[in-house]
Every structure is written in structure tokens, then in C-alpha cells.
Design a protein around this ligand. Sequence first.
Ligand SMILES: Cc1ncc(COP(=O)(O)O)c(C=O)c1O
Length: 485
Amino acid sequence: MTDADRNKHTDRGTLEPRDWDAFSRAANAALDAAMDKFQTASSGRVWTPTPDTIKAQLNSPLPTAGTDLEAVTQQVLDLLPYGVGNTHPRFFGWVHGAGAPGNLIADIVASAMNANCGGRDHVGIYVERQVIDWCRTLFEFPHESSGLLVSGTSMATIIAAKTARDAALDFASRQHGVGNAPLVGYTSEQAHACLARAFDMIGLGTDALRKIAIMADHRMDLTALKAQIARDRADGKHPFFLAGTAGTVNTGAIDDLSALADIAQDEDLWFHVDGAFGACAMTSPDIAPRLKGLSRADSLAFDFHKWMHVNYDAGCVLIRDGARHRNAFANRPDYLAADGVALAGGEPWPVDYGPELSRGFRALKVWTHLKEHGTERIGQAIARNCAQAAHLGKLVEAHPDFELLAPVTLNICCFRYTRPGVSEPELDRLNATLVEQLQLDGIAAPSTTRIDGRFAIRVNITNHRTRIEDVDILLDALERLAAAR
Ligand SMILES: Cc1ncc(COP(=O)(O)O)c(C=O)c1O
């Protein structure tokens, strides 16, 4: 491009760079720094607290005048070390994916296109359809199922629960609300909080979601489930929804999805599966058989940003009956009519399958990621994580000072440090301190939870960079920190 051409472009908008060469230098510096971040992801600290100097900079007045791009770029790059730490192989907290460099390319292109993927006829819609179609294949959903890329499983769950609610009330709820409809749903007491939040948000209230007891293996107790459904029917309630979990957040337990699908069928309930991370194990031939029954779900919520490592954020909802999904969300005012063969064509539009009209081009990074890595490589990384969690479980069991608090069945190991003669509250405090110290020292970042009321160090491994040595480093560090207390 000649200088004259560049200037012509610059003159068109007041927000274009004044100097494209300077812009190119800034953009390339950012790209180099981003690549460096990924290339060095396995070294250095796991989590680094945000320094006070940066916090102070983030407490400044609204900029009314602009700042030189070079200076802004430097300020942006200064933020790079202070993320959550989940790109590091010893980030073991909550359930975070580790990300992958290929996403950088997709994000640059998506940003350059600045596409609004709520609808209309443009390539972003076709990319998302392709991704949804791949999901149908992976999760063995039928051709007439529908899907939508969303921010994460929490949003996917809201969309699934609303579709189920409206289907149960013949879609009249869309206009008249739920009134006093006695709808009730079921999930295990180990289910993620996003299910209760969805019940809150769809106007049923959290009490309408019955939390069913679990068995010793942390899976939903099916006898207790059937008894609760019977009690509710006897009380004049309207059971409509049953959510199983493929990988609970506390321990990674996988509910008996086939049995739940049978119960849902017998009781005429909408069968939802929360597969936030666990569903991704469909990519692993070794683990997929344990997800049997998942493909019979009426709806599935899962994340690409967890065990598939697409960079945040990227979740997905799949709904078996695409027509009911559409009926639960579609409403097109005149100004959004989908007409003809030009830009306003391209039916069906994503806006008809969820609450958002304006949506970014999230699908591009998912599409690129799946193309680059394929499901086989992703599945192999998942199987490795399960082996690492099992290795940690064995080390804990063999160690006199550590106690395993739940069986390791997938990728999560919950345990605690113990010491003879120390009270339960003191043990809780000691273990909490150990986790904080690991994080503050930058060595590793597990999180915590409670298992059967006991405070647990919770190590979740959803990280393609983690190696067995990282697990050993974690336990060695815990041993050392505990001995010093
Ligand atoms: C089992 C389970 N369900 C739902 C969620 C919520 O997912 P998101 O954070 O993508 O909304 C999580 C998050 O960790 C989870 O582990």
C-alpha cells in the first residue's frame, strides 16, 4: 500500500491511527509479547499479585483527551504478568483451561472483522454453524438439534433451563410469565451453582431446584431422586427438569447419565447435562464410555475454554430439539426481519436462540482451535490430566501426613494435610494457609473446597502444559511449607 493510500484511509475516520507505521510497530510489539507469554508459560511464577503501582494506574479519571498509542501499548503490556495464572502448568485452581497460542491469530482476525454475530448473512454465521455441527458430531446429537456459542456454561445453562421451562408451559410463559406454575427440577447437591442461578433467573426461584443427596462416590443417589419426584407429584408440583453432571466441580464425579436419561424419559422430564468440563472428555476414547447417556440429553452445556483450551471466553449450549430452542427465544421486530438474498438473509439467526442480539465472533477462535489441534490431540491431553490426578491421589494415599478426602475418578484430587493432636478447625486453618502460601510464593495455585464438611486442598488438572513433575513439585512444596508451620 502506498503512503497516499494509507493517508486516504487515515482521513476517513477520526479514530484511525495518525501514523500507520507507528501503529504497526505497536501491534507487532504486542504480538511479540503475547507470543513470548505463551512460549514462557511453563516457567516463572504461577500467580503474581497485581502491584499497587498498577492498581493506582487503574484508578485514574476518565480520559477525555487521548494518549499516544505507544504509551498506551506499553501500559497494556505492563498488565501481562498479572493474570489469573492459568496459562501456567501448575495452575490447579477451580476449573480453568490453559489457553493456546493459535487463538492469538483468530482473535486478531476476529477483531479486524469486528463482526456482529447476532445475525445477518456473513461469514461469521457460517463459521459458528460449522462449529455447532462439529459439536453435534462429537456429542452425537441429532441433525435437528441446535446450538449457540455463549460466554460459558453459566449462560448455556440459563438458555437450556429457559427452553425447558417454556417447553413445559407450552411457551405461553414467554408472554404471561410463570405465574404460580408449580414447576420443580432436580440436580445433585454437588451440582454447580450455575443451575440454581439459572432457576433464579428464569423466575422459578432456587427452591424449585431440588438438591438430591449423593452417594459415597459423589454421584447423584437415584433412589433419593425417585423418592423426591414422587413426593413432589403427591404435593401437586410439576416436575419438569432433571440435570445430571458430567464432572462435578468438587471432585469430578460423573453422574450415571444413562440412568438419569431413563428416569427423565419415564417421568417426562427435560434431561439436561452440565458437562462444563467433563463433556470434553468425549474426545478421549478412554474416558468417553463413562459419559454414556450424555448423548440422550435434551440439552447440554459445556465449555470450550476449560478442557479444550480455547482462550476465554467460549461456552456452548446444544439443544436436542432445535424448534423448541427457537420457540423459546425468537421474536423479530420489523427492523430485524430476515428477508431476501442480501445481507438481511442468512436465516436462521443466532439471536433467535439466546438472549443476546449483539455478539462477537467467538466462533472463529473455536473453529481455528479445533482445526489446528483436532479432537484426538485434545483428548490425549485430557487423558494425561486424568493420569496426573490419579498419580497425585496415589502419592497422597501413600503419604503419612496427607489424607485423601474423595476418590480420584477423573482429573480432580481433594486432600488435606493432617497432624496428630490438631483440632479440626485448626487443620482447616492450616490447610487454608498452605494453599495461600503456595499461591503467594508463585509455586502453584490449587484452590479449596469442603468435602463432607472438611476443608480440602483441591487440585484440578485441566491443563495441557502440566507434566507429572508439576504434581511432584506441588506435593514437595506442600510438605516443606507444612513442616515450617
Ligand atoms: C461443573 C461446572 N458447571 C458449570 C460451571 C460454570 O461454567 P462457566 O464458568 O463457564 O460459566 C463450572 C465452572 O467451573 C463447572 O465446573
